[in-house]
Design a binder for this molecule. Sequence first.
Ligand code: ATP
Length: 320
Amino acid sequence: MIHKIGVLTSGGDAPGMNCAIRAVVRAGLRYGLEVYGVNDGYKGLVEGDIFPMDRNSVSDIVNRGGTILRTARLREFKEESVRQKAVDNLKKLGIDALVVIGGDGSYMGAKKLTEMGINCVGLPGTIDNDIASTDYTIGFDTCLNTIMDCVDRIRDTTESHQRCAVIEVMGNHCGDLALFSGLAEGAEMIITPDHPIPEEEVMESLRKLHDSKKSRAIVIVSEKIYPDIHAFAARISEQTGFEAKAEVLGRVQRGGSPSAFDRILAARMGAYAVDALLDGKGGICVGMVNNKIVDYDIYEALSLPRDKHISMLRLIDILK
Ligand code: ATP
């Protein structure tokens, strides 16, 4: 039987992490557990930056972006001797189990801590939607809405000036932010790691669009595809007839108040994680599949193939 649990956020921050923290704290207290917060992810765990939380520690945070526990990356956490310090700090306080809110790197840390005697449950907190064991990660929906808002604004000026807007969005090797926002925006072209388009084909399509008297075009591109997105836009200007301008949306995509969808997802997953720990589970991560909250062994989750959304691509093609 466990008595004390901890909660931390790790990796890149994502809107909705606070809602997940709140759910873990409130559900834990409700079941009679003592709940501890850990600042700065695994770094705080190693440094012993661990403190007790009560109901009020998580009041008025559901609407706040970022994470009240802050987040960090600690490469050295891959070393067993560094993780041992974390385990010792937890044991000193009598903390039996931990909820880790983060991406796939954080999951690996959680799995390894479980193997060292601290049961951990991972929650998918990342804007990228790059975790195969869940249909949606916490933060993805909010980020998608932020991108849509930005693209709507860029569209206004693109139309006025009859330009081609090349908009680079985040995703960290996962094309979901580009694909979903591209569909939502009716973009003329969507270029992602899963669905790359040879440059010659990009130019040819845009040239045809321009020749068909289309006055403007929107091209949404995942980050890390073009080393210099501005140079790519310059080539579009040279080769297609469109005047192209590149926009890198950047970290504006990470911030902001979480959407209702992310808040509810985080609440469901946070409460589920506490239940799982009470059941003695560890080394697992929580996901939502077909609107049902489920869990997977972390190694299994990390080996699952990601959905490449072929039906969505077909829809995008039909609606072109
Ligand atoms: P995001 O998807 O937002 O980048 P992430 O959780 O994948 O989030 P990472 O930087 O990959 O972000 O990982 C976060 C932290 O998890 C790392 O800084 C490190 O402390 C820990 N971590 C990553 N990989 C491992 C591993 N193989 N073993 C132990 N710990 C790890």
